[in-house]
Write a protein that binds this ligand. Structure first.
Ligand code: 5HY
Length: 248
């Protein structure tokens, strides 16, 4: 099977890190196509970034459909454009926040999220509500580490994230940690080993979940709201997004 791992920001370094994590956890025989849009924000750290990034997500879904991808991971903790992507894609689409929160709920009665900028915490709160995770998500903690500081190896950032995890476990009465950024995906195993609790990376979980759905021959229902978009004129900058999508 061929999976598209879509980093919605335009950082090639972060796409490379996310792709490496996806390949680390993917099953033998699963081909990983790691991509990012050619337009949009370098990182997604606000509602505005999130909104603008969605067009890039949909553009990459359109390209990946033309390349015969069987399933999709939206590798940004805001899960930008998740529902629109499910309309546009044939195969299953899973967001890393959705995947990580559900996985955490299987492993602990309460989890904490440790994320990047404090201003993004409300986005994660809204997702926890939308995914029915309020009963499990005890709290969301910002570290004020900019997303792009996680493009490469960053020991001071690691120390800050670890301290935030320890604090969360202490004050939230939680028993698992969800990492709130795709750029933290490579830190989960080490943090889990050092903290002695499940530390969940949504990229890895989402890859395995999409693999499972594809292997079970299950895909997004095309009855109702996830049916393909309705054909209509789109004008201006968005004229290329009119449905049926033009296949290059
Ligand atoms: C992410 N932003 O995973 C989110 C993290 C965040 O560009 N990739 C981003 O702060 O919401």
């Amino acid at each position: 099977m061929k999976l598209c791992i879509l980093n919605p920001n335009t950082s090639a370094a972060m796409t490379a890190k996310i792709g490496a994590q996806a390949r680390r956890v993917a099953s033998p025989g699963t081909q990983i196509l790691a991509v990012n849009p050619t337009m949009g924000p370098a990182s997604i750290e606000s509602h505005y970034d999130d909104a603008v990034a969605v067009l890039g997500v949909l553009e990459e879904i359109r390209k990946a459909e033309a390349q015969g991808c069987d399933g999709y991971v939206i590798a940004c903790f805001g899960d930008p454009g998740l529902r629109a992507a499910r309309e546009a894609a044939t195969g299953p689409v899973i967001g890393i926040a959705e995947a990580a929160m559900h996985a955490a709920s299987f492993l602990a009665t309460g989890f904490s999220v440790v994320t990047t900028l404090t201003r993004t915490c409300v986005i994660a709160e809204h997702l926890a509500q939308a995914y029915g995770m309020n009963g499990f998500c005890r709290n969301i903690h910002g570290t004020d580490i900019p997303v792009l500081d996680l493009e490469g190896d960053n020991p001071p950032a690691y120390a800050t994230i670890r301290a935030a995890c320890e604090h969360a476990l202490a004050v939230d009465r939680s028993a698992a940690i969800v990492l709130g950024c795709a750029g933290m995906s490579d830190l989960a195993a080490r943090l889990s080993g050092e903290l002695g609790v499940p530390v969940i990376d949504g990229v890895g979980v989402a890859v395995r979940l999409v693999e499972s759905l594809v292997a079970l021959n299950l895909s997004t229902s095309k009855r109702g709201d996830y049916a393909p978009p309705l054909p209509k004129p789109y004008v201006g900058l968005t004229s290329g997004f009119a449905w049926p999508a033009r296949h290059a």
